[in-house]
Design a protein around this ligand. Structure first.
Ligand SMILES: *Cc1c(COP(=O)(O)O)cnc(C)c1O
Length: 390
């Protein structure tokens, strides 16, 4: 008999009743050090007092009104994002997938309104992940995500990731945009080299097409900058954000330049919940904490120490681990052992990590994890690795 919860996930047999910072606690008191943070979502850890206060204060006043009316919390968060980034305008969603839907629609509408309706194609890359909607799976294109869900949304051109020379020849007079993750998350924490991202920006400028970045996983302070593309010194035309921006509340958004958003007049897009007062109250609190030089420099400092410790871990267990990759507190351990075995061995040491493609495990801790917790996390991963070598 089918489970009452649609069985699309292979779940680990843990259930948590409480969270405290970087810790998740089961009913019997077993405490796990959480290096997954709900898949890069809980950027300020679990039960963060500032976020709890923002949420409960708003919950006591007003939850939801719809986008038929002005929403001051939404405007405040949009202003913060516009002030902090390349963007001139923001649309709020409830997830990364919905952000992908709008990014694709916006790029196509841009060309339609420019009188070039045949420019509909969006270039995407192997190993990418853009969500599970029909547009999201068509964008990613992998058989794992698309098989059985045809007919797929047309208009996506799939190229190998980080093979820069292949991009220019693929741009045609049907190309609307290029869509890429600055660091592939689900794909295995694979950074796009800065010169590739710069090169994509140059190519898009040369051909007058739009650059869409998917920063759903790598954004919101995760890499030690507010957004990962800042490391490459470039700016996109459109950017998808979600996961971290709500700190655990379902919230996402699309950021765009005035030019890229020029086709999106009143009535062209909408969302019932997107940007409601409750979600935006939390989003504002996240931004107020994460988008400060002090917070981001701490992410970078801690990232340096985590990386150094992980390099040591790999050196100590060459049969289990191959190498470390990633940036900031978005680290991947490419495994030689089977990654699920490593994730399981870490569970046995009360550490939560997240598997990814390319036989990788992901470390995406809360950005406010402490130095002591980082040291403890790597100690426990060391024990986990030892248990696999025995
Ligand atoms: C998680 C993710 C998405 C999808 O976000 P949801 O909130 O699950 O819809 C899209 N792109 C990237 C890069 C992601 O990591």
């Amino acid at each position: 008999m089918i489970a009452s919860v649609l069985p699309t996930y292979n779940r680990a047999p843990f259930s948590f009743v409480k969270g405290e910072g970087a810790w998740l606690i089961e009913a019997d008191g077993r405490r796990f050090l959480d290096l997954g943070a709900g898949i890069a979502v809980n950027v300020l850890g679990h039960a963060n007092p500032a976020l709890t206060e923002a949420l409960t204060e708003q919950a006591g006043a007003l939850w939801h009104t719809s986008n038929l009316y002005e929403i001051p919390q939404q405007k405040a968060l949009a202003d913060k994002l516009v002030d902090a980034t390349f963007a001139d305008t923001v649309f709020f969603t409830n997830s990364g997938t919905e952000a992908c839907e709008l990014a694709v629609k916006m790029a196509r509408k841009y060309w339609y309104e420019k009188g070039v309706p045949e420019r509909v194609d969006i270039i995407t890359f192997s190993g990418s992940f853009h969500g599970r909607s029909s547009a999201g799976i068509a964008a990613a294109g992998s058989e794992k995500m698309t098989k059985g869900f045809g007919p797929l949304l047309p208009g996506f051109v799939h190229l190998p990731f980080a093979e820069h020379d292949g991009v220019a020849p693929a741009i045609t007079d049907k190309t609307a945009a290029v869509l890429v993750e600055p660091i592939q998350g689900e794909g295995g924490i694979i950074p796009l080299p800065d010169q590739c991202l710069k090169g994509l920006r140059d190519l898009c400028d040369e051909h007058g097409i739009l650059l869409i970045l998917d920063e759903v996983q790598c954004g919101v302070g995760r890499t030690g900058k507010l957004f990962a593309h800042e490391w490459a010194g470039i700016e996109p035309d459109i950017m998808m954000v979600a996961k971290g921006i709500g700190g655990g509340f379902p919230l996402g958004c699309v950021l765009a330049t005035e030019n890229a958003a020029s086709g999106m007049a009143a009535g062209t897009h909408g969302s019932t919940y997107g940007g409601n007062p409750l979600g935006c109250a939390v989003g504002n609190a996240v931004m107020d904490i994460v988008n400060t030089p002090e917070f981001l420099s701490e992410v970078n400092r801690k990232s340096g120490s985590l990386r150094q410790k992980l390099e040591g871990l790999v050196a100590a267990h060459p049969d289990v681990f191959d190498f470390v990759r990633g940036q900031g507190l978005m680290m991947g351990l490419k495994c030689k052992a089977t990654n699920m075995d490593v994730v399981q061995a870490a569970y046995d040491q009360d550490v939560l990590t997240v598997p990814a493609a390319d036989n990788t495990i992901r470390l995406l801790p809360p950005l406010n994890i402490t130095d002591a917790e980082i040291a403890q996390a790597v100690d426990r991963l060391d024990k986990a690795a030892k248990s696999l070598s025995d």
